[in-house]
Design a protein around this ligand. Sequence first.
Ligand code: XMP
Length: 326
Amino acid sequence: DWTTHNVVEEQIAAIQAQVGTKRAICGLSGGVDSAVAAALVQKAIGDQLTCVYVDHGLMRKGETEQVEKDFVAATGVQLKVVDAQERFLNALAGVSDPEEKRKIIGREFIRVFEQAQAEIVAEAGAEGEDVAFLVQGTLYPDVVESGGGTGTANIKSHHNVGGLPDDIEFELVEPLRQLFKDEVRMVGQELGLPEEIVQRQPFPGPGLGIRIVGEVTKERLDLLREADAIAREELTAAGLDRDIWQCPVVLLADVRSVGVQGDGRTYGHPIVLRPVSSEDAMTADWTRMPYDVLAKISTRITNEVADVNRVVLDVTSKPPGTIEWE
Ligand code: XMP
């Protein structure tokens, strides 16, 4: 019968049977699925697994540290962190169009990931080891949506590694293929992952890059990171994490409005709060949040984040509005 304990035991046996004595690679995004998949595989094959985390500089406050410290502490996994912040900022310079931003971020991500993969394969090869497997956090809904084939993960199943012979391909390890999101969270808990990772709300792959309306710059990312951290802190303090599906915090970088702060007139940017309620993100409604929580977030953001003099609430359902602004 179905218990998380049984699922973990079964999957560990299946992973060991599949991978044998070879090596595997897993990309970590900071999200729940890749974290739980990696933790399961680590439990099954230990140091035969290496995880790769690409820090593109578009993460929220504390997220990279969460992976670097808390995830490693909880799992003992071998982690390769690639600092690609400069690379992403350079690639995004001067770009405001949402689709173009998404394409650039996706493309750079794959390039950096493949390069890291190639390095791991080369290092293992020097030791006479064979890296043959790629771990993916594909869930059951992903399998169904794509017609039973491989999941919707952002790394394709049989792709070649840059700079290496064309015939090197990876076989997928997908230990979460039979699970729904809530089951994945239970498995994560069973594996002892930190609560902040297991209970994370959805966060888009392109990160804060698509929550800045306008060009993405280091200064704007830092500003948005501060505002987002304040909103998350207050939502958590108010006990609203489970009631809200997610709450994007968006910087309208190309908009300015007049304000009065401290010594006088300001001309700053608005921050948008976009709290939504949803079952599956396909449709959503704006969350009727307590006014006092909204007030607290607004006061703190305008007091603590330089260059922000206005906080506005998005009261649009999906459709017609998407959850993200870009
Ligand atoms: P939208 O904005 O389309 O978002 O209503 C629906 C859900 O998907 C998330 N989202 C993404 N997740 N990569 C992801 O992994 C992406 O490029 C991406 N874009 C949107 C969004 O946060 C929401 O949960």
